[in-house]
Design a protein around this ligand. Sequence first.
Ligand code: PMP
Length: 397
Amino acid sequence: MPRLSTKIAAIAESATLKVDAKAKALQAQGRPVISYAAGEPDFPTPEHIVEAALVAARDPKAHRYTPAAGLPDLRAAIAEKTLRDSGLEVDPGRVIVTNGGKQSVYEAFQVLLNPGDEVIVPTPFWTTYPEAIALADGVAVDVFADASQNYQVTVEQLEAARTPRTKVLLFVSPSNPTGSVYSPEQTKAIGEWALEHGIWVISDEIYQNLTYDGVRATSIVEAVPELAEQTLLVNGVAKTYAMTGWRVGWTVGPADAIKALGNLQSHLSGNVNNIAQRAAIAALTGPQDAAESMREAFDRRRKLIVGELNTIDGFATPTPQGAFYVYPDVTALLGRTFGGVTPTTSLELADLMLDQAEVAAVPGEAFGPSGYLRFSYALGDDQLLEGVQRLQRLFAS
Ligand code: PMP
């Protein structure tokens, strides 16, 4: 008999957290590592949100359990936000508050999948999706779109991957790791395809408010309203409000799925931290100017990093229109020699960058095929520039 669960033993350590941990360990030894590995804003949470949490912490009412699905006021605020940003009118009863988008993703697969059901996963993908699918006994079917397609899958590619076992399409726009945002037309075409074939959609909208160049991320349920009965919307406060540590996310979906999610969550974790829920109410219903200034800062950094990376021979960096990541294709650098080392994979290239330039980025292997690097530009302007200058020097040699 195996000592531990074989299902859990098969889970891979999060590659993004691993690179970040290695960078932090080197920093702790005093090495001036610049890390583009972390997927979180560098800003503090806006003051009025922190203030709401302080008030809540002193209120004994906030020291108690809330309903497992969340505080009624927060569910109402989320329903309003869903109408505002995803164009879907929902009753607050169709919202469940979770411990972050990550828990939403995990639970979504748990309630939708039976053993052997297939999930189509546009690739490059966020590292957590395949693990969450495997934990629900599902099968991830990768559909790869490269830089020449702006990392966006087409309906033709999805159709080629569809089988009688296809149960769910994962859709994420803006995307982690690529920052790519589907156009309203593409979103509609994909939504209509899912509707036609009775395929559930899990639409991860966590980066919905971080878009640039006047682009708006169109929700798949706004593009195809009839799809709402077979769609779970995943979202949260982490990225928009610099609240990654507060752990508040949510899922919006049809009544039967929300009921199942509520049952699952009532045994898994119960309610989300009461104080954090009150902070999330302040985030969603309060002034949005702090969130807007953070978005503007990301936009400035995005232009800076794309411009600088594209001066490096061998980096092909599409300009992303959302999130806070850039995803250059670095296949042209593989097989070339830098400082006596000849990387043949992006994993080896990332190691070389860390060893010789003290710059950390996450290799494409964490998100699908080799040949790419993910840079998060959620770090201070000076560091951001210094890091790419180091790479310019390294790859010029
Ligand atoms: N979805 C995507 C695509 C993400 O990148 C993340 C965070 N890395 C999440 C969901 C989860 O966010 P959180 O759990 O912090 O709310």
